[in-house]
Design a protein. Structure first.
Length: 568
């Protein structure tokens, strides 16, 4: 009845000033009762009634000031009064404070309940300002979108996480008892672990059961660190909870399983976890890889390429055909290098297809195919399909066999740009690996454009790194040039509250070589990796060791870390 009275007051005011024709008012009143939406929004959807006319009329009729929100800067709204739940519930927008009075924009001046609830929740006296319905809705969406983009992970509470986008099967929870009150702490604890991992910038989480203990470790900047030792009695429940979240078969504990969790932190920010379970002697070990798409959006300048190396990569990406190979061990950052290149290439006029196992990061505008060997969808079969789909650029997650290599090389020779990875230790070894697979030397020499070998080294913390004094003889032995040792300044980690053991973040160390005519001739003549590496040195390309020493000389990382990742 209260809603109908408010609707009647609004309709009376609008009819009096002929914004709503008198003959139409009765029909509107009867029709509105059947609608499940606010009255003013219902009116605005009628194209014959203008939102600005409604707002202007209600401002005069109810004696409230009128505001134009079309060009209002939502960033000036104090963060402490932005309550999304109240804003959406009442379609009311707190604008600004003047003393102890909060000015609130609404389209409906009869909604006094909204003002009272906002006053109760904020502690400020409220003053109504009239805004037109359309501009108000647009302004609210703009504000809440901006708040969503500026999400601070530290503000999220583990108890709220379960309702923020982790899809769960309630039936499975009941089967294993996770719906019971006594297991609620397990849910909250797992949520807290996931949030802590994201906050700390971890790349992987390890949940490991042993006979008399249970430990949880995070891989941060490439190094595993123990973060918790929950009671071993909880091992089965924790594994079951993670499997429920990953939509895996909780009854199957004898074979490995793979799944995914999509964790929506806000409307525009989500984190994917790739989940792998493995039966061990004392229970199921669960490893989760955090797949944060923002890492692929860093841009090439953030990856650590030297200027010359960056230019070689950019020139190769600009070519209409050829093959770009990225090589290195697992966890060396190959995926980020490839996705960074794909982001540069990802424009409206290009058709890009990728075959991956697994698809780690979703890229809008790129046709990504998940390899499924059991179903017959292999790298070769995916590549053959790509070549029938008018591609410009093809990305192969990994060249594992001769068949994949031959199709990828054929694509590179027939007007397509191909990006892929191999697991080798250096750029020169990548060429000999292809030859050892059985790829003819003339195909390798004519198709491969550049090779990038890479590692990831931990960055020194800028807050606590300290200068390290090393004898010149030792510097020469490490590989520094004689003209460098007198001027070089190296740093070592110390450790502080802002970092982990003196390091924070990682930087790429790269060997980027372009296949020259001389190198191509060496390949054709069956040269080994040592001959090819020597030719690359003569052409002025730094190997991984030399690139790492350059990073140490710049104070980006330590000599100890360079030795760790380049196996010196």
């Amino acid at each position: 009845m209260k809603g109908l009275h408010q609707q009647s007051s609004l309709l009376s005011a609008l009819s009096k000033h002929n914004v709503v024709p008198t003959e139409k008012a009765g029909k509107i009143s009867a029709d509105f009762i059947r609608q499940n939406k606010p009255f003013l929004r219902y009116l605005v959807e009628d194209k014959e009634i203008n939102a600005k006319d409604i707002a202007s009329t209600l401002s005069r009729s109810f004696g409230c000031p009128l505001i134009d929100l079309d060009h209002f800067d939502t960033s000036i709204i104090p963060e402490g009064i932005r309550n999304e739940k109240l804003i959406r519930k009442h379609n009311a927008l707190p604008l600004y404070l003047r003393g102890k009075v909060l000015f609130v924009a609404m389209s409906d001046p009869t909604n006094l309940d909204a003002l009272e609830e906002i006053q109760f929740n904020t502690g400020y006296a409220t003053e109504l300002v009239i805004a037109n319905e359309t501009a108000l809705s647009n302004c609210i969406e703009k504000l809440l979108e901006a708040d969503s983009d500026a999400l601070d992970i530290s503000d999220i509470d583990a108890k709220e996480l379960a309702g923020m986008g982790v899809q769960e099967e309630r039936k499975e929870e009941e089967n294993i008892g996770l719906g019971d009150k006594e297991d609620a702490p397990i849910v909250v604890y797992i949520n807290k672990i996931l949030l802590d991992a994201i906050r700390k910038g971890a790349s992987d989480l390890h949940f490991e059961p042993y006979e008399k203990s249970y430990r949880i470790r995070f891989r941060i900047d490439g190094i595993l660190n123990e973060v918790a030792r929950p009671p071993v009695s909880l091992a089965a429940r924790m594994a079951a909870r993670l499997k429920v979240m990953s939509k895996l078969d909780i009854a199957e504990r004898r074979v490995p399983q793979d799944g995914r969790i999509k964790l929506a932190l806000s409307k525009k920010k989500s984190i994917d976890f790739r989940v792998s379970t493995l039966p061990t002697m004392w229970g199921e070990k669960v490893v989760m890889r955090i797949l944060d798409s923002s890492s692929a959006m860093l841009g090439i300048d953030m990856l650590g390429y030297a200027p010359k190396q960056k230019q070689i990569y950019m020139d190769a990406l600009a070519q209409p055909q050829g093959m770009i190979l990225v090589t290195g061990p697992t966890g060396s950052g190959k995926t980020v290098s490839l996705y960074t290149g794909l982001n540069i290439l990802n424009t409206e006029e290009r058709n890009i297809s990728t075959a991956e196992d697994p698809v780690e990061i979703n890229l809008e505008g790129v046709n990504q195919v998940q390899i499924n060997t059991r179903a017959g969808l292999t790298f070769p079969s995916a590549l053959r399909s790509f070549l029938r789909q008018d591609p410009d650029i093809v990305m192969v997650g990994e060249i594992r066999d001769l068949e994949t290599a031959e199709i990828a090389i054929k694509a590179a020779q027939t007007g397509h740009l191909v990006l892929s990875t191999l697991h080798t230790n250096s750029a020169a070894e990548t060429l000999t690996r292809l030859l050892n697979m059985g790829v003819p030397s003339y195909n390798v020499a004519s198709s491969v454009t550049i090779i990038i070998a890479q590692r990831l080294a931990r960055r020194l913390c800028t807050q606590c790194k300290t200068e390290e004094h090393i004898p010149e003889s030792e510097l020469l032995a490490q590989g520094f040039l004689p003209e460098q040792v007198s001027e070089i300044k190296l740093f070592k980690p110390m450790g502080c509250d802002f970092c982990t053991g003196g390091y924070k973040g990682r930087v790429g160390i790269y060997e980027v070589i372009k296949i020259s005519d001389i190198t191509a001739n060496l390949i054709m003549n069956g040269a080994n990796s040592l001959d090819i590496a020597a030719q690359c040195q003569r052409e002025g390309y730094n190997n991984l060791r030399q690139s790492g020493l350059e990073k140490a000389a710049l104070g980006v990382t330590s000599l100890e870390e360079v030795n760790r990742v380049t196996n010196a």
